[in-house]
Each structure stands twice: as structure tokens, then as C-alpha cells.
Write a protein that binds this ligand. Structure first.
Ligand SMILES: [Zn+2]
Length: 562
């Protein structure tokens, strides 16, 4: 009776054709061999179980394969039939040395390798040293190794593997050809596991396989260990519930129910479902991670992406969730992602999970950004209107102004065909169209005498540019159907807009000193001066913002030296 061989070992790839998910690595190596540009030392990096040492052994075989008839050169597709291939495969080739740096970290451990590397290989084409977890070597060991790497012997190759490339000194890295092994995608793992299960005559449900592939986080070895474990537990029958139990997952139905309650805002049900899942043994962190998985899958369905290897029942359930729409699902995923990180740090993960669910329930009914945008013009218009009404009321009580609020309303909401009824309207048009110098000149130098559309009578203050009247005529004519006439008079009783604004600002400042909050501040910090009154901006549109008059007095206080 033969003893049971674990799947990860039994299905360990013997060549690059059976190594899944590392096409880039295989291509680069094959090219290097074809062009005869193979480095003396390689470093393979990637998360655990993606095939680093497996690749190292395949490379060792490829370098030494002589082919079934003994005449082949090195290739990245070893025959696995010749003597070198066979003995390397079984780990008994004298010229191929494997070392685990995790348990041999010191300089003495590396010395043996360094000393023997000067001798020619006994029978192989190349002497190959495979050092796993190279980052674990001590500083002295690295230094000793470096000397050998600097003066490599023609017939020696070094293959290093590491999960933590950042811990490998740059001096070593710079002498190695580097290969990054990728996490194997879930779909590829699913495919791989399904094939193996079939070959092993293990009954599986597609969703069970997907859960295993998902849990393996891109590691082939981990996925095969989980498959092993599940088939042992289920006596060669792997069901979804078996895998859920094995992985400490809450059942998918429970999780779907939980997610749905969050979306429809049923906080009681959501918290009860969470508790139920935790009570049957699922870890809070795992629950949140599984919810993320569901939100992700539902988003894929919502975006019409293909979900492979998913059961009809699961698809039906996920479709219910996907109907909440991509914006909500995306926001949910973000909240879960952030919460997942918090749970890891939380002293009481269960409480953190509860808080996360509560947050999710409360944000779910909130409008998404696109819904807000849809409503935005109305909201803004209403707010602006309310402000203007309020302002004009205040204004009629406090001060007289040459600015008519009705005009302002018009220029905000009908900006495409602006009505021009006073000088400020002219300035607005200039500003809106980017004629900022003209706008500033009008503010500073134009004193209105008479404004009767389409005829304006103005007086120019000292220093005004000569062509100002013609520029004003021009801008007005290009912006309306009427033909405008700008007449320059001699004397005006009205101030320029700038003077008017300065006056208004002065009034505003003195009013600010009377504001209750300002009074409190001034009392608490004697010697404080109010330097500016900032109008709260209610609109995204800067041009119109100054028209939305101060609805709330905000004071900018500056502490003066005492
Ligand atoms: Zn061979």
C-alpha cells in the first residue's frame, strides 16, 4: 500500500508548462537562454507558494538537461527523461545544492558553498546553488557571498528565492537577474483546482472551489493544501458548506442577508445577522473580508462582467445585491475596506465589526455623488434664491445701494443671455469672459452718470485708459443683440465701483465689530483687530459667488501685537 502524497507535492510542476500563472517569468527565461544571455545569478521573488523553489529546480534542470539522447543543450524546457533531469528532480544530484537560509543564516553556513563553488561540477554542465529565503542571511554571510558573486566561475549558477526582496542588500540584487513571480489569479487557481479534483476523483461544487481559491490569496501551494484538507474532511466530497466551515466563514446566505439588510437600512436585522455569524464561529475580520468579496462579485455582475465558475443559486443571490447599483456597491466596498483595516487593530474586533455594520447601514440610504449632482442645479438655485431674498430684505433695512438684487438674479440664472442693467453687470460679463484688466479698469475708473440700456453715460476718473469707452462698447455689443452707445460726460455724482466697494467694506467692518461673536472675541483678546469679512461662498461658480451676498457674517480676526 502506497502512502498518501499530499496534493501540493504530487502536483508540483516538473516543467514550466505545468507551472501556472507565471508566463512572464517563463518567457523572459526562455528568451535569455535562446540569446545565450543567462546571468550567473538569479533572484526569484514573490509571495509564498507561487512557485519560487519549483521554478528554481526547473531552471536547474533546464541548465543541465542533456535530452533523452544526451545531445541537447540547455533549455527552459527540460526533458525530465535524461539522467541529470531525473536526479535533480529527486533531489540527489551532487552538483545541485539546495539550502534554506532561514535555518542557515550565518557566515559559516555560507562558507561551505563559497569554498566548493571554485571547483568544477562533478557531472553536470553547471553547479547550481539554490538558496531559499535569502533575505534571512546575516550581514557577514551576505558579504562573504558577495565576493563569490563578483567573480563568478563560468560553471556556477546561483538561484536565490525570497519572499521579502526589500531585505536583500542592493549589492546582491544588482548582481542578480531578478524575476518577480505573481500571485496566481483566482480564476486560474479555480481552473487548476478543478482539474486536480477531477484527476483525484474528488466531488466538488464550483462555489466551494472558488472559496478555496479566494482563501489561498494567489498561492498555489496554499490552495492545494486547502483542497487536501477539504477532501479529507468531506471524504472526497467538497461542498460549499464544508469549505465555509473549514475556513471559518459564515455561510454565504447569512452574509448575503447581512449585506442586503445594510443596503436597505435595516439596522436590527443587520446586527442580529452579524451576531449569528459570529456565534457560529466566524471571525469578525473574516466576515468583513467575505462581505467585501460579495460586494466585489456583485459589482462585477452589475457591470456585466463574466463571473466564471459560479453556481446558479449564488448568481441569483448576488444579482439581488448587484441591483443596488455600482455607485452604492463601490461605496460599500470602500467602507468595508477601511473597516477591515480597523478591525485588525481593534482591541475588540467584534465591537469594531458592529460599528462597521452600523456605519454601513447609515451611509447606504445616502445619495451617491451622481445623485447629488443630478439634484445640484435645483438645490443651488433654491439656496441662491433664498439668499438673495434675505439679502435684499436686509439691504432695504440697512443701506441704500446702486446694486439691484433683481439684476443679480438675472445674471446668475440667465448667464447665456445676460441682461445688462448697471455697471456691475458689465464688470461681470468681462470677468466671465476673462477680460480681467477691462473689468478692473471699469471698477477703478468709471463713474456712472446715466445707465439707460442701450445707452450709457459715464465719466472717466483720472488715469483711465483712453480706449476704455470703446472697449466697453465693444464688449457690450458682442454680448447682446442691441447696439450700445457709450457716452463720456464731464461730471458724475456717483463713485466708481471700487470706491463704492471700499465704502461698503468699511461699513461691513464696522458692522462686524458689532457682531456678538466678534464682541466676545474682542473682549477675550483685547487689542484684536478685524481685518476682513469673508462672505460665505454658496456656489461653485466664482463669478456669481460675490452676488450671493453675505448670509452669515464670518469674521477673520487677527491678533495684533500688544
Ligand atoms: Zn533532461
Amino acid at each position: 500500500m502506497s502512502s498518501y502524497q499530499v496534493l501540493a507535492r504530487k502536483y508540483r510542476p516538473v516543467d514550466f508548462n505545468s507551472l501556472i500563472g507565471q508566463d512572464a517569468l517563463v518567457q523572459t527565461l526562455t528568451n535569455a537562454i535562446t540569446l545565450n544571455r543567462l546571468a550567473h545569478s538569479f533572484i526569484l521573488t514573490g509571495v509564498r507558494g507561487v512557485g519560487k523553489t519549483t521554478s528554481a529546480r526547473i531552471i536547474a534542470k533546464g541548465l543541465n538537461c542533456i535530452g533523452p539522447d544526451g545531445s541537447s543543450k540547455e533549455s527552459m524546457h527540460p526533458c525530465n527523461l535524461c539522467e541529470p533531469c531525473k536526479s535533480i528532480q529527486s533531489g540527489r544530484h551532487v552538483d545541485i545544492l539546495e539550502m534554506d537560509a532561514a535555518s542557515n543564516t550565518g557566515v559559516d553556513d555560507i562558507r561551505e558553498i563559497i569554498d566548493s563553488s571554485v571547483y568544477r561540477p562533478v557531472s553536470a554542465r553547471y553547479k547550481v546553488y539554490i538558496i531559499d529565503e535569502i533575505h534571512m542571511l546575516s550581514k557577514n554571510a551576505f558579504n562573504a557571498l558577495l565576493k563569490t558573486l563578483e567573480e563568478p566561475s563560468e560553471s556556477v549558477k546561483f538561484i536565490f528565492a525570497t519572499t521579502e526582496i526589500r531585505k536583500v542588500p542592493l549589492t546582491i540584487l544588482s548582481r542578480c537577474q531578478r524575476f518577480d513571480l505573481r500571485r496566481v489569479p483566482i480564476s486560474l487557481l479555480q481552473e487548476h483546482l478543478t482539474k486536480i479534483a477531477q484527476a483525484e476523483r474528488i466531488e466538488t461544487q464550483p462555489e466551494a472551489i472558488r472559496l478555496i481559491a479566494y482563501a489561498a490569496e494567489g498561492s498555489v501551494r496554499d490552495s492545494l493544501s486547502l483542497l487536501d484538507q477539504a477532501s479529507a474532511l468531506g471524504a472526497n466530497n467538497i461542498s460549499v458548506s464544508l469549505v465555509e466551515d473549514m475556513l471559518g466563514h459564515a455561510s454565504t446566505n447569512t452574509l448575503l442577508e447581512l449585506l442586503k439588510s445594510c443596503f436597505i437600512g435595516e439596522i436590527q436585522t443587520a446586527l442580529e445577522t452579524l451576531k449569528k455569524a459570529i456565534d457560529v464561529g466566524a471571525e469578525p475580520e473574516q466576515i468583513i473580508s467575505d462581505l467585501m468579496d460579495l460586494a466585489h462579485q456583485a459589482s462585477l455582475i452589475a457591470s456585466n462582467s463574466n463571473l466564471e465558475n459560479i453556481s446558479d443559486a449564488a448568481l441569483e443571490n448576488l444579482t439581488v445585491i448587484s441591483n443596488f447599483g455600482i455607485p452604492r456597491l463601490a461605496r460599500c466596498w470602500q467602507i468595508l475596506l477601511k473597516g477591515h483595516q480597523e478591525i485588525k487593530l481593534a482591541p475588540r474586533p467584534e465591537a469594531a465589526a458592529e460599528m462597521l455594520i452600523i456605519r454601513l447601514v447609515y451611509t447606504s440610504p445616502m445619495p451617491t455623488p451622481s445623485e447629488i449632482l443630478e439634484k445640484l442645479p435645483n438645490v443651488l438655485a433654491e439656496e441662491a434664491q433664498a439668499n438673495i431674498e434675505k439679502t435684499s430684505k436686509e439691504r432695504s433695512l440697512t443701506e441704500q445701494s446702486t446694486l439691484s438684487p433683481e439684476t443679480s438674479t438675472n445674471s446668475i440664472f440667465q448667464s447665456k443671455t445676460p441682461s445688462v442693467e448697471n455697471l456691475l453687470d458689465v464688470v461681470k460679463i468681462c470677468e466671465q469672459q476673462g477680460h480681467l484688466i477691462l473689468a478692473s479698469n471699469i471698477r477703478n475708473y468709471v463713474e456712472p452718470i446715466n445707465f439707460n440700456t442701450p445707452r450709457i453715460e459715464i465719466c472717466l476718473a483720472k488715469g483711465a485708459p483712453d480706449d476704455l469707452p470703446s472697449k466697453i462698447t465693444q464688449i457690450l455689443n458682442t454680448n447682446s443683440d442691441t447696439k450700445w452707445e457709450v457716452i463720456v460726460g464731464v461730471k458724475s455724482d456717483s463713485p466708481t465701483l471700487k470706491e463704492e466697494e471700499d465704502l461698503a467694506k468699511k461699513k461691513e467692518l464696522s458692522a462686524a465689530y458689532e457682531h456678538p461673536i466678534a464682541k466676545d472675541v474682542l473682549k477675550t483678546f483685547p487689542g484684536t483687530k478685524i481685518t476682513e469679512v469673508i462672505t460665505e461662498i454658496q456656489s461653485e461658480d466664482h463669478q456669481s459667488s460675490s452676488l450671493l451676498e453675505r448670509s452669515d457674517l464670518k469674521t477673520n480676526l487677527e491678533q495684533s501685537e500688544i
